[in-house]
Design a protein around this ligand. Structure first.
Ligand SMILES: [Zn+2]
Length: 295
């Protein structure tokens, strides 16, 4: 397994020519195979929605205790009947019935198919955002899901969006990260809903899961599984600090509007990703202003 930082190390000049804010880079996946079993309890069904923003497509996760007939599905993905049917079928082939649907956040590539999936499976949908729920139960930080003997702990990780959650799967020393940490590249802080200060706090919370709770594996919402969770989170923190310094310098150098900052700081990134990069830049400008670093 390659080092998660290997394909994205800062260059001598501090730039990240192979990184994007939105998603990934050209270049080999730094983790393992996408699709199929990832840990003892988690199986990935890859949705057929690849793009610059969604990498290989959305990872829909089926999570279950090995000896239980009940499974939890995290992020059914886009509204694609074939994909949703494959998720149900994959669980059934493993002798499991889907008993609960969870969402990491409300972006359509994760959540658009949730209502239809709930209909197909007769399940409730639990999410942080009440607008996404089906049924009477939400999800709150600290909640523990215990379906079929499984233990999934809800970890609040706002930043990519305000409603982003991760799910800690202690038995597999794994964390399901949605879009908070991706299998390659880095994620967008989706201003104005996503806020950089929140995102940095969330990354620190994930780092503490790796340092204090022994989490080793990242099961991301897009891209391959990462076997060095702590390395991945440290890399994300370093990348954010580096980008923030670049944005601060760009402002000091007279690049004032978000689009000017993007053209300057993200010159190395494919232009198709600049709209996403601009969201991250706006989030970074807000952060710098709030901390009195620019005005
Ligand atoms: Zn998202």
């Amino acid at each position: 397994m390659s080092d998660p930082r290997a394909s994205a190390a800062p260059q001598p000049d501090g730039s990240h020519p192979r990184m994007t804010e939105a998603a990934a880079l050209p270049g080999r996946p730094r983790g393992g195979v996408i699709g199929g079993p990832a840990t003892d309890r988690a199986v990935n069904v890859l949705a057929p929605n690849p793009s610059a923003m969604t990498l290989d497509g959305t990872n829909t996760w089926i999570v279950a205790e090995p000896d239980s007939g009940l499974a939890v599905v995290i992020d059914p993905g886009p509204l694609d009947e074939t994909h949703l049917a494959r998720v149900v079928e994959t669980a059934a082939q493993a002798g499991k019935r889907v008993a609960l649907t969870l969402l990491t956040h409300g972006h359509p590539d994760h959540a658009e198919g949730a209502a239809r999936f709930a209909e197909l499976t007769g399940t409730k949908v639990r999410a942080l955002d009440p607008a996404l729920r089906l049924g009477d139960e939400g999800l709150a930080p600290g909640d523990v899901i215990t379906t079929g003997g499984l233990e999934l702990r809800v970890v609040p990780t706002p930043g990519h969006t305000a409603d982003s959650l991760c799910f800690h799967l202690p038995a597999d020393r794994a964390v399901l990260t949605g879009d908070t940490v991706l299998g390659r590249g880095t994620t967008v802080v989706a201003h104005p809903d996503g806020r950089l200060g929140d995102y940095l706090d969330s990354l620190r919370r994930l780092r503490s899961l790796t340092v204090d709770d022994g989490v080793r594996t990242v099961l991301p919402g897009h891209g391959p599984v990462l076997d060095d969770a702590q390395g991945a989170v440290e890399f994300y923190l370093a990348h954010r600090a580096s980008r923030l310094a670049q944005v601060e310098t760009a402002v000091e150098d007279g690049y004032t509007t978000p689009s000017e900052v993007v053209a300057h700081v993200y010159a190395d990134v494919d232009r198709s990703l600049w709209p996403a990069a601009e969201l991250s830049v706006r989030a970074q400008l807000d952060y710098l202003e709030e901390h009195g670093l620019i005005w």
